[in-house]
Design a protein around this ligand. Sequence first.
Ligand code: CTP
Length: 428
Amino acid sequence: MKIEAARPLMGRRLLVAVTGSIAAVKTPLLVSALIKAGAEVRCLVTPSAARLVSPVALASLSRHRCYQDEDQWNSSEPRPLHVALAEWAELVIVAPLSATSLARWSHGLAEGLLASLLLACERPVLAAAAMNTAMWSNPAVRRNWQELQTDRRVLPLAPESGLLACDRIGDGRMVDPKLIELAVVSGLLQADETGRLQRDWQGRRLLVTAGSTVEVLDPARLLINRSSGRMGVLLAQAARLRGAQVDLVHGPLKLPVAWLEGLAAYPVTSADEMQNMLAQLQSKADAVAMAAAVADVRRVNPAQTEKLSKDCLLQSFSQGWEQVPDLLAELVLRRPVGQVLLGFAALTGNEAQIQQLGEEKRLRKGCDLLMANPIDRPGQGFEEDFNGGWLLAADGSIRSLPVTSKLALAHQLLDAILEVQVVISAPS
Ligand code: CTP
């Protein structure tokens, strides 16, 4: 289980194409990460990319020769290379995608190995754009980028803001290779047999909470729990990659910061801060997923300035505590018409006990769906890459969700939310 978790791309065939943007210097890191995740990787560089990143480095990291334009009509290749590679790959990654390659692709031009391969390709293509801020905001580039979004086989990753090689701070930085790796795994899950990607969350807004909340005991000590925030953040990214607008309210997280790229993220610390942020964001959302592990109790009057001695700390455990308000139950009371609410419950016990405790909790909180998952089985739950359990619905149904990666589970939960949304918004 551990080995599979570390190798989510085992045996998958990926083609990494590099085009002429300075972000190309980061692509070797991506290739190395994909190989470590178990993928079979082939690389291709355009002529300008070959001046920025060494084809030799890409060949060593991918354990295979790196293709260039002059290989396209090589007499030793039995079939046209652009067609053979397009058919070989399960998913193509263009990272970085430069303004020139974007323009060629969106206009259907076939000059060069990559341009002709992209036209011949019937599999999903993940496109991570990178360029100077002024180029990215140029109307011609915006039009080409918009054009690309109409293709259901393309998973577009718009650049992030940051310090660029041209010394400007602005939009144009290629997303982090760690996020590209996550999007690759998601793209393979989202693609149907014709290579088209799910876009069923387009036009919808999801509000997600993730991580733990933190309560102060004194200036030196905190009350926190084991949540890494993985389930909530993967749910947020999976929804975004399916076209949703996502607001992520999160406590401290134990995962790569790159996984937050592209999300509207609102960091909070205490349950009070989370409650206030949710109150501001709830009305805009079509669905809310409460994956955060909210602290159950807090000190009524935490010591703000003076550190408690060991004796005072021990004494403080027996008095002066209160329950944290139930944020999910409050969201249910305030929900706008048609909003779907998903809760989570980390539970221990056998299947029947978990289902019973989960159903009691779902009824108490009033949410439409509750994901009840065991945390007393090795390899799943808190701080793990895998999770599974039972999805309890307001219509009394119980769906078994066998242990799988948290990203795959996120997609299953997004499917379930949409199913409920269809039912509650159907005319009665
Ligand atoms: N939750 C919440 N506010 C709280 C506690 C929990 O919104 N103060 C949400 C969690 O985000 C989760 C669901 O409620 O979606 C269930 O969390 P859990 O900790 O299992 O529920 P509790 O109400 O704390 O139940 P228990 O008394 O068993 O600890």
